[in-house]
Design a protein around this ligand. Structure first.
Ligand code: ZN
Length: 313
């Protein structure tokens, strides 16, 4: 690769950018998604365009851009349909508009898929043929890779595993169902569970680190365990369906994986014949995994275009 590719991860709370070249990640940046999407459509687009242009080193050509976004995403049309967590990027042909601005091919994927691709190519899933990736962030994303390729619906739709109903008696989720997995087991849900046990002036962004520092407190330890049980209930469904050999826990809650792993194991306990033999691991690529994966799919799209005899962009 003589030039570079860019990867963007549009998350519900934070967004990440990486520039990826022959030597791996050569530049990166993080920005609050609300700041990125403030104002109108045009301002949002300009910020995205300038952010990438500002990160590309002088003398290196931008070849392609990959985007990972929390779903639903219509990858074929290049349109995000997530008015709940990404309203400023939803409902208009984002990919077509960005292609025009950068004058390069832009590819979009679900953010759980881009994180999974990164971990499978470079991280905790390098030996995995059947790999489940679950991201515990503002919501919950899930991707299932078979031999490195994502499982998709007949029109390229992604699984929306965050919306598997796993509890009764819950309020309605924005998807229209009740008791969805992400309502009770996302990082946001963990923060809400911990808040009553921490000093009232604790900022949202400090909740998890404060709680982790107080894990000797039996009440805090119990919250992490209960949270793990809720994560495990959803995993139990996905394991029964897909039987992955490796399960990777990503998203920002994964930084605290050792504190809720016991709860996960409790929820997965079954008679021996029904236990799914899957290695559960924490993601290793950190907060940039989704953006790195987005850059990798852009890079791989260059390779596949070359192998089909299509000229490089
Ligand atoms: Zn839902």
């Amino acid at each position: 690769m003589s030039g570079v590719v860019a990867g963007i991860d549009l998350g519900g709370t934070g967004s990440r950018f990486v520039i990826y070249g022959r030597d791996g990640v050569i530049a990166s940046a993080a920005v609050a998604t609300a700041a990125l999407g403030a104002g109108g459509e045009q301002q949002t687009m300009s910020r995205l365009v300038d952010m990438v242009r500002g990160l590309v080193p002088g003398g290196r050509a931008l070849l392609r851009v990959g985007i990972g976004a929390s779903g639903p995403v219509d990858c074929a049309a290049g349109v995000i349909h997530n008015r709940e967590t990404l309203p400023m990027f939803s409902g208009f042909p984002l990919v077509a508009a960005l292609q025009k601005c950068w004058a390069v091919y832009v590819i979009i994927e679900n953010d759980a898929v881009t994180a999974a691709i990164a971990e499978q190519r470079l991280g905790a899933g390098r030996d995995a043929r059947h790999m489940l990736m679950v991201t515990l962030g503002t919501g919950i994303g899930a991707a299932f890779l078979v031999n490195g390729a994502p499982f998709l619906g007949p029109r390229g739709e992604h699984p929306e595993a965050g919306h598997i109903p796993i509890i009764t008696g819950a309020e309605s989720c924005y998807c229209g169902a009740k008791g969805c997995w992400e309502q009770v087991a996302s990082r946001s849900a963990l923060q809400a569970m911990l808040r009553p046990h921490l000093p009232p002036d604790t900022e949202d962004r400090d909740l998890l680190t404060s709680a982790a520092a107080s894990v000797e407190d039996p009440l805090i330890r119990k919250v992490f365990e209960s949270y793990g049980q809720l994560v495990g209930r959803g995993l139990s469904v996905l394991h029964s369906l897909y039987r992955p050999e490796v399960t990777i826990i990503g998203g920002s809650a994964a930084n605290y994986f050792p504190l809720f792993m016991n709860g996960i194991q409790q929820a997965l306990t079954r008679h021996t014949a029904f236990v799914v033999d899957t290695a559960i691991r924490s993601a290793v690529l950190g907060d940039n995994a989704g953006a790195i994966g987005a850059a990798l799919i852009a890079h791989e799209s260059i390779i596949s275009a070359s192998s089909r005899g299509v000229a490089k962009t």
